[in-house]
Design a protein around this ligand. Sequence first.
Ligand SMILES: [Cu+2]
Length: 626
Amino acid sequence: MRTPAETYRKMRYLLFALTLSIALAACGGGGTSGGSSGGQISPVGQGTPGSAVVQGKVSGPVFIAVDNDTNLEAGRSTSASGLTTFSMTLPTGKSYMFYLSYNGVMGNPSRVFPVYMGMTNVFRITSDANGQTIDLGLVNPDLTGGTSTPANNIMECPGVMAGGENRSIPPFLFGPGGTPFTQALYIPPVLTPASMTSTTDSYDLAIREADVEIIPGKLTRIMGFNGLTPGPTIRARVGRQVVMSHTNGLPVTTLGGAPGDVAIHLHGGHVPSSEDGFPTDSVKPGATRSYTYPNNQLPATLWYHDHLMGYTGPHVWFGMAGFYILTDDYEDSLGLPGGAYEIPLAIQDRNFDSNGKLVYTGNRNGETGNTILVNGTIQPNLKVASRKYRFRVLNGSNMRKYRIALSNGQPFHMLGMEGGLLPAPVTVTSLVLASAERADIVVDFSSLPVGSSVVLQNSLGSGSTANIMRFDVDRVETDTSQLPLTLRPLEKLSAAQAVRTRSFTFSGGMMGMMGGAPWVINGKPFDPNRVDADPKLGTVEIWEFRNMSMMDHPAHLHQTMFQILDINGYPPPPTHAGWKDTVNVPAMGTVRIIMRFADYAGRYVLHCHVLEHEDNAMMARFDVVP
Ligand SMILES: [Cu+2]
């Protein structure tokens, strides 16, 4: 029996010999955001001590699991040479670190795995002759197949610290009557410029805490642009400059214990480095800062949000995000549904306590909530006419991934994703959106009779996270809008244009050990003073993202839109074949993107858009050099 301190010293001693560390987060079945029982899973209820058996084959001399909270060893298996089967039973409700030492050489980056309680978790760890791990994965339960139940779908697994498992968080709080779809969708106001010149629209925004009614009859403290969440919508035109002037009215310490400093980023904006909201380029409480956006880019659904170093997760969770919709004359000429028939939908998940207070736990695996909001309204309804609508859908969630689909199975039409219009609409019946991804879609309600309803569903969710909002057809209207056969020609970048290929590996870091970073790129935690890539201004490059972990990492690049070359070796689906700024790099998968670094030199960032991964160092600085 070791004391925690003794174990800690033991682990320090072992560290020099580690070639691999795997952080394992025990995934409980008692959570309210998707921990329902299914298949072979036998979840253990909240408050009940459970256990999970971990088995695998390891070729290193030591394999050890350590409780990450107390540094108590949970078990150990030793292999002197060759492959040894290990098996250990771990108490659940904790997170674990696994270490494989091999010949005293530091090797591959670590990986993150959930451990599923009440069942056997089989890992596959194979090293080559040099001791480098060549194969590593969770064999059972199979998280990669298409048949996984919500309980073993990693995106539904909230992790040991996630809000869904926090017993202070009550089950999902519906609106009045305990039923969804009772509140009308909130549509953020379009902000009027404080001043306009022949070239520039200037906006003044006040960032502040505010009490808003999200749950009927209760007040929820948020922090938001003009005290709203989402913030007011900015409508911008290509070629007209926008100046957003933010006055930071937050206290020094704000909600969730986060600092009141902010760094505002226009997500998807092609802007000079000085205007990009670099994570350490912060605006103190009481200060005012203007950001100038040239709008010298293709029209698209952009959004603005806080990007403060280490605190983007809580700042966005508590409300700091808003739409920025960029249009031009050409798009106007297409006759797409507009005005009252063009509606932004920001989908976000949150947890509330029984008093209506937002609860943020800072789960380093990614914060998830058991309550789905659209534009800050819990599972709202929208009264629609029997005609076409254009919805600009944003996954504004910190971590949760959605597969959107309509409950009647009817198709919808994709106009584009983050970077604007595709060459032609793509008709689909469902679409997966990772954090920060957008879908510009047209839904045609004309075949639905007045009085009928259709639900926008999330087929990756279960229970309270399975439904997003409901459309209620309440009138007939003449529809003069168009869904054109073609939209906007696409300049397709080809691999032959690239002057260089760079590789970025996304993986878990030495979580908790020696104060290390939980998430890293190319084995390194974010350092704002270290330049990890230096593409030359005006050139085209290919960047390869390798995900060496069992969680998805939606990779987001600042400065420019990109195109996907391939995902796990396959060309992207037609929906993803246009300009994008975020691409989901699937667990253990590889994605290659291509882009041109035009117009602006200076420092920018590449990062995972699971906000708690980003906050926990999964970010890299790159400098565009003249
Ligand atoms: Cu990530």
